[in-house]
Design a protein around this ligand. Structure first.
Ligand SMILES: [Zn+2]
Length: 682
């Protein structure tokens, strides 16, 4: 190689390294990658290959010599007890076999006989290092650059699967090790991720590109209340330090030990002996199909040598441990034609453009539509109707359009523009300054109401069995539902006239609606669909505001004082209840028998006014839910029974009281109403 060729190669290596560093920064520090993981891996492999061919061009600060990303200055740094290494990648089964051959050459014959492997999913989240001191979770950090991580202890404490004490089950009789440091992955389940992004888009907020960015972005919030409101989960997959615990000789044993301490260890882990290595490759292939059915995102498998002693002996090559390999699955992308762009109206009125695609198979699933996020996304990427587009389905339930193939255009493609009016109600669409989302601001837009009802009755909210989007659409279209409270005063006689609404169906629906009246109040609060108030935030709030009547008058200061509630959430709640119709809604719910308070009012200091009396509650009381009435009676010293007998002192009957009322009359037990109960207790 001539001096000038050498100089060109040197320049190429430097440029490639600079590009990789830039993308690492986008990825790790900003959580906002510009290129796909595959494109990044390709750059990295290119640099690695160049450096392998010209080892003298490899500089100590080359990205291939570092373990990971950069550290944002805003969190404290933690030095890891050992380097948190990344793994060498393999993409073909042949590379697995080559890896095994290398291992076998490095090990003695006796060791080869005992060689075994553990295969586990490669989780697509954010790697964390967790420290337990005398059984107490004392420190948690991101992986950072492998040597130093960011201290995110407060945020990690909000991850519910992370035991704050180990053993999680103290009754198991297991002692806590003096010190335990483990490595794990914080991740989000696919369904939670899709739901979160959908809500973000509806609220005009930014959606996350993928589950890993979601995990990273959620854990690196300075306000831990934001983290707390995110549906984060955790898997622990490596014991780094165990002091004064059992002597562990293998990774497999270590996983069992971590599991016994109550740490979440993924059950999808397999052990194979060296003789069974053909099963390892078969497992890797079979898992490729199976992973789509898992609730969490997996981008490959990790294969580790089981013996910890052999791991130590095998050591490292450059930055990678020799004893482990990450097998990565190919990208789940496909190319198809964008036939049209349609807009959907959401619960908050946000109007989302969606791609209508020529059906195409992506990782075993037929895809016909994909999200386009918002107007800017389409404009920035210059996506046109008629384009050949690259779509990706990476665990997100809703696939996304990544980019158009500009070179494939023939000139017939149409530039798309956001419509000026709502496709459902015809009202003008509005895009507030500084927001990416466009809204239909017509409060009477039927589509918004349909979506709001769908959300209200949904699993996360009031969980009304038999009530879904179909019923929401039908009842809104029929004029049965004008606001959320109407769900509890449906005109059943008219509904019985509708096709498909026979007695059985109507009874089930009525029962589902009735059952929802007694849901804990955090569910009702969630169901209102207040911006930023999801299930977790609603629970935090209702621990402090045990009645929604009190919440209606809450000040931003009161809300801000709740751990986990930031100013944005507080402002959103106050804004919501500043609207008269929203305040009225709570009163309507109460009048309709929907529980709006956690419990009955606390008993007075001398509150034994019902002592010695036994009550049976039946029917729907005007302001108490069943549980609230029971709590009220007990708080005043009374007893509650489930059925009426001669020992019953009073039957408290509300509307639609049934057989218990008849029984009371038969036995001559006095029947009172709620008002009488309250005055007896007072
Ligand atoms: Zn509309």
């Amino acid at each position: 190689m001539t001096a000038s060729e050498m100089s060109l190669t040197r320049q190429a290596v430097a440029e490639l390294a600079a590009r990789i560093r830039y993308h690492q920064y986008r990825y790790y520090a900003l959580d906002d990658p510009e290129i796909s993981d595959q494109a990044f891996d390709a750059l990295f492999e290119e640099l690695r290959a160049l450096e392998a061919a010209h080892p003298d061009l490899r500089t100590p600060d080359s990205p291939t010599q570092r373990v990971g990303g950069a550290i944002a200055a805003r969190f404290e740094k933690t030095r890891h007890p050992a380097l948190m290494l990344s793994l060498a990648n393999a993409f073909h089964p042949g590379e697995l076999l080559a890896w095994r051959d290398r291992l076998r050459r490095l090990l003695s014959e006796a060791e080869r006989d005992r060689l075994a492997y553990v295969v586990e999913p490669k989780f697509d989240g954010l790697t964390v290092v967790l420290h337990y001191t005398d059984g107490v979770f004392s420190l948690g950090a991101t992986r950072g650059d492998g040597e130093f991580g960011e201290t995110i202890t407060a945020n990690l404490r909000t991850v519910r699967l992370l035991p704050l004490q180990i053993p999680a089950d103290r009754a198991a009789g297991l002692a806590a090790p003096a010190r335990l440091v483990v490595r794990g992955e914080v991740y989000v389940e696919k369904a939670d991720f899709a739901r979160f992004n959908q809500r973000q888009l509806e609220a005009g907020e930014r959606a996350y590109a993928n589950p890993r960015n979601f995990a990273a972005g959620s854990l690196r919030q300075l306000d831990s209340s934001i983290t707390a409101a995110r549906p984060l989960k955790l898997w622990v997959y490596q014991a780094l330090i165990v002091e004064r615990g059992p002597a562990l000789s293998s990774h497999w044993e270590a996983l069992a030990y971590l599991r016994s301490l109550g740490l979440p260890v993924c059950p999808d882990v397999q052990r194979f002996t060296d003789d069974e290595f053909d099963q390892v490759t078969a497992y890797v292939e079979a898992f490729s199909a199976r992973r789509h059915d898992l609730p969490y995102e997996v981008d490959g498998l990790v294969i580790k040598v089981d013996s910890l002693l052999m791991q130590e002996e095998l050591g490292f090559t450059g930055k990678d441990p020799r004893w482990a390999l990450a097998y990565k699955y190919a990208a789940e992308e496909a190319i198809t034609t964008l036939q049209d762009i349609v807009v959907n109206v959401g619960r908050t009125g946000a109007v989302t453009p969606n791609a209508v695609l020529a059906p195409v198979q992506v990782s075993g699933v037929m895809v016909k539509s994909a999200t386009l996020h918002n107007e800017d996304y389409i404009r920035d990427l210059d996506i046109r109707i008629g384009d050949q587009v690259v779509i990706k389905r990476a665990g997100e339930v809703i696939p996304k359009v990544l980019r158009p193939l500009v070179d494939a255009r023939d000139g017939s493609e149409q530039v798309w523009a956001m419509p000026a009016t709502c496709p459902v109600c015809g009202a003008p669409l509005v895009r507030p300054a500084g927001e990416a989302a466009t809204y239909c601001v017509n409060n009477a837009c039927p589509e918004q109401l349909v979506r709001a009802v769908e959300y209200f009755v949904g699993r996360d909210a009031m969980d009304i069995a038999g009530f879904g989007i179909k019923q929401a659409e039908l009842f809104v279209a029929q004029g049965f539902i004008h606001d959320l409270a109407d769900i509890y005063q449906l005109p059943w006689e008219q509904i019985r006239q509708l096709e498909g609404y026979g007695d059985k169906r109507v009874e089930n629906l009525m029962a589902g609606i009735e059952a929802s009246k007694d849901r804990p109040i955090h569910r009702l609060l969630t169901a209102l669909g207040i911006r930023f108030v999801g299930a977790v935030v609603a629970e935090l709030i209702t621990q402090h505001f045990t009645s929604l009547f009190d919440l209606v008058d809450a000040t931003p200061e009161q809300l801000n004082a709740i751990a986990g509630i930031g100013p944005k959430i507080a402002e959103s709640i106050v804004e919501y209840f500043s609207v008269a119709s929203n305040r009225a809604l709570i009163e309507e719910f109460a009048a309709l028998g929907v529980r709006v308070a956690a419990d009955a009012p606390a008993a007075p200091a001398d509150g034994q006014s019902l002592a010695g009396l036994t009550f049976v509650v039946t029917g729907t009381l005007p302001s108490f839910s069943r549980d609230a009435a029971h709590a009220f009676i007990k708080a005043h010293g009374g007893k509650v029974a489930g059925s009426v007998s001669s020992k019953t002192s009073f039957v408290v009957a509300g509307e639609a009281a049934g057989s218990k009322l008849d029984k009371a009359r038969q036995l001559g037990v006095p029947v009172i109403d709620e008002a009488a109960l309250r005055s007896m207790a007072a």
